[in-house]
Design a protein around this ligand. Structure first.
Ligand SMILES: [Zn+2]
Length: 57
């Protein structure tokens, strides 16, 4: 399971995005960022988020 902790991206947020693939995590993260934080994920931010994705069970 790939996970992305929203707090690792610099948001004051308990959100954790989980998906089976990195692509899916990034898609969900883009939705989350827009809906919850009002932030559009730029290609630069997407690259940054990608580096924050962890492998967890
Ligand atoms: Zn968040």
């Amino acid at each position: 399971m790939k996970t992305l902790h929203c707090s690792d991206a610099g948001f004051d947020c308990e959100g954790v995005i989980k998906a089976t693939t990195e692509e899916e995590v990034l898609t969900l993260a883009a939705d989350h960022a827009l809906n919850v934080h009002g932030v559009s994920v730029t290609p630069e931010l997407a690259e940054q988020l990608k580096s924050l994705i962890k492998e967890e069970v």
